[in-house]
Design a protein around this ligand. Sequence first.
Ligand SMILES: [Zn+2]
Length: 95
Amino acid sequence: MKTLLLFVVAFFAYLLVRFIMKRVNEIRQDALSGNEQEQNTTSEKAERMATCVECGLRLPESEAIPLNPAEKIGDTYNIAFCSQEHKQLYLKKHS
Ligand SMILES: [Zn+2]
């Protein structure tokens, strides 16, 4: 009888450990997929592109040089450039 009780206790201990391991794995996977989602949202932000008015080059908006930061309409620059040179070129043409 004592052996049976020990067996039952051991069995439940085994089930408990399995349950905990499963939960740990689930939490780990949730954390991983959460990270992936974060990465996805950041890459979506990075994918927002601006077009250089001078040469038509498309580049991430974070790297684009706005004609005037105050002109930012919504989330996109109205007029942006790929480089300071193209900004100067544009300013020369339009002054
Ligand atoms: Zn350009």
